[in-house]
Design a protein around this ligand. Structure first.
Ligand code: PGA
Length: 255
């Protein structure tokens, strides 16, 4: 059975005090009733990861992800963070290939493929983001673009590795814009992603991989999106910064 997951991507938001308040609120508000079988992951800014991992030491229902990692093991890469460093402070997962990193930092799927390999070397779960721009969707190229991204970043993995990857489909035009993909648009792309997984891997792998939707997901639209058969949860940006909203989204995934 594939995992149901709600992940919060805090991006470059929250200073130390704000982050600790948010994480304590989440730990207090989330309970078995809200969680059901859902796995909750939060991805705070890198500088706060050690404090947050420590704060959540006895809270087994919230995992912690980094928002990025470097694709080399170690060395002269000023300002960068390695998967070994993340693993050494007990981070669980890493978001790789977010469209903001692709856009602002020129990350390609070839680089992202290396980051995913680094994650596996250090037992970190990669949360792989893919998705088309507005121009690509308008040109009718969205299915092709996402398939190509997946082939380039994931195609080299073994079946066993692929089953560990979490995919987040995040149409770039929906991120932080308030414009959400309709449940139908999300479902057709998620089904396409699963179909493409069965082409590059096989049907068992395709069935096992969790595919999250991301892009202006909020309490008011989460339930409809999560009701789609191939949507296994969400990667939440803006709405993950407010405890009540994030918890409401987690609640919306409980079947
Ligand atoms: P958003 O961001 O929910 O603010 O649109 C989602 C994301 O970028 O992961």
């Amino acid at each position: 059975m594939r995992r149901k997951i709600v992940a919060g991507n805090w991006k470059m938001n929250k200073n130390y005090d704000e982050a600790m308040d948010l994480v304590r609120d989440l730990a207090e508000m989330l309970n078995d009733d809200i969680l059901g079988k859902t796995d909750v992951i939060i991805a705070p800014p890198a500088v706060l990861l050690p404090n947050i991992v420590e704060e959540l030491w006895d809270v087994d229902y919230i995992s912690v992800a980094a928002q990025n990692c470097h694709h080399e093991i170690a060395g002269a890469y000023t300002g960068e963070i390695s998967t070994d460093m993340l693993a050494s402070i007990e981070v669980d997962a890493v978001i790789v290939g977010h469209s903001e990193r692709r856009h602002y930092f020129g990350e390609t799927d070839a680089i992202i493929a290396k980051k995913i390999d680094r994650c596996f070397e250090d037992d970190l779960v990669p949360i792989y983001c893919c998705g088309e721009t507005l121009e690509e969707r308008k040109a009718g190229a969205h299915f092709e673009v996402v398939a190509r991204q997946m082939t380039e970043a994931l195609g080299h993995l073994s079946d066993e590795e692929m089953m560990e990857v979490v995919i987040a489909y995040e149409p770039v035009w929906a991120i932080g814009t308030g414009e959400t993909a309709t449940p139908e648009q999300a479902q057709e792309m998620h089904a396409h992603i699963r179909e493409h997984l069965s082409v590059i891997f096989n049907a068992d792998v395709a069935d096992e991989v969790s595919i999250l939707y991301g892009g202006s997901c909020k309490p008011s639209n989460a339930k409809e999106l999560f009701a789609q058969p191939d949507v296994d949860g969400g990667l939440i940006g803006g709405a993950s910064l407010v405890a009540e909203d994030f918890v409401a989204i987690v609640a919306a995934l409980k079947s």
